[in-house]
Ligand binder design. Structure first.
Ligand code: PAF
Length: 283
């Protein structure tokens, strides 16, 4: 495994593999088993002859809240160990100064899918994600990239970016990785208090019950209300949103025959957790 800290180092490491399958897994570091799963999928997709690239970059541009950025865990040594164990070939670990010019003045804004769910409560977040992912795509020029479905909206927006900008990269969505108690793995979980860590699996339990109820015909509003009730019963939890939307355009469901998405964001103390489940009517 080789590590690049500058764009020139990255280009030099990738020059010999141009023309082969190059699979990129962008991350913000603080890697856990969820990322490891993406990295192993990348290794399998690239095969023996291809190249797996992981980026580890805590992207300041996608944080709308300075406190959230400052509190974001950073574990570079462990990240490198996990990358090595998962068979990554090249790790790109730039600093913000390497990544961005001080007087950068181009923004990249998706204007439909970004207006709802996390986009509604985190202004500028997805523009920051699109900007950094676009830069990573240009720098690495992968054939494929893998993103986790826990950030379902992010994946939908990046798919739209690839489609609308004709970016010649195949995106793959990886299933959510959960702990044994059902809590979706997240770099933010380590910041939960013991009480909130114990209560956090409620999110997944409530989403699973809601998925079953929706499949059996329950109304969208009732399904969301049931999830809200479960979460508001937990001390110190503040719901950001609980919404049932069309799984593709992320706006209100207009055709119940199409796949839907039930998405949740909630603050457990000052830790914002997200989770989701894909839904279908059993008809
Ligand atoms: O999902 C993440 O960790 C980040 O949003 C990403 C895609 C690495 C961009 O910084």
């Amino acid at each position: 495994m080789q590590t690049a800290c500058t764009k020139d180092e990255l280009r030099a490491l990738l020059a010999p593999v141009r023309g082969k399958k190059i699979v990129l897994v962008p991350t913000m570091g603080a890697l856990h088993e969820g990322h490891a799963t993406l990295l192993r999928q990348a290794r399998a997709l690239a095969g023996d002859s291809g190249c797996v690239v992981a980026s580890v970059f805590l992207n300041p541009v996608q944080f709308d809240n300075a406190g959230d950025l400052a509190a974001y865990p950073q574990t570079p040594e462990t990240d490198l160990l996990i990358c090595r164990e998962c068979g990554v070939d090249v790790v790109f670990m730039p600093t913000p100064d390497v990544m961005y010019c001080g007087d950068r003045s181009i923004t990249l804004e998706e204007t439909h899918l970004s207006t709802v769910l996390c986009g509604a409560s985190r202004p500028g977040h997805f523009a920051g994600v699109c900007l950094v992912v676009n830069k990573l795509f240009n720098l690495v020029q992968p054939t494929d990239a893998i993103f986790g479905k826990k950030d379902y909206q992010q994946l939908a927006i990046l798919r739209r970016m690839v489609r609308d900008l004709d970016i010649p990269i195949t995106l793959h969505g990886a299933e959510i990785v959960r702990g044994e108690d059902g809590l979706a793995l997240s770099s933010r979980n380590v910041r939960l208090t013991p009480a909130h860590r114990a209560a956090a699996p409620t999110i997944h339990r409530a989403l699973s019950a809601a998925a079953a109820a929706y499949a059996a015909g329950a109304a969208a509003a009732d399904v969301c209300a049931a999830v809200r009730r479960e979460l508001t019963a937990i001390d110190g939890v503040k719901i950001d949103y609980v919404e049932l939307v069309d799984a593709e355009n992320l706006h209100a469901v207009t055709d119940e025959a199409r796949p839907a998405l039930l998405a949740v964001a909630a603050f457990f103390g000052d830790v914002r957790l997200i989770d989701n489940t894909e839904l279908r009517r059993n008809v």
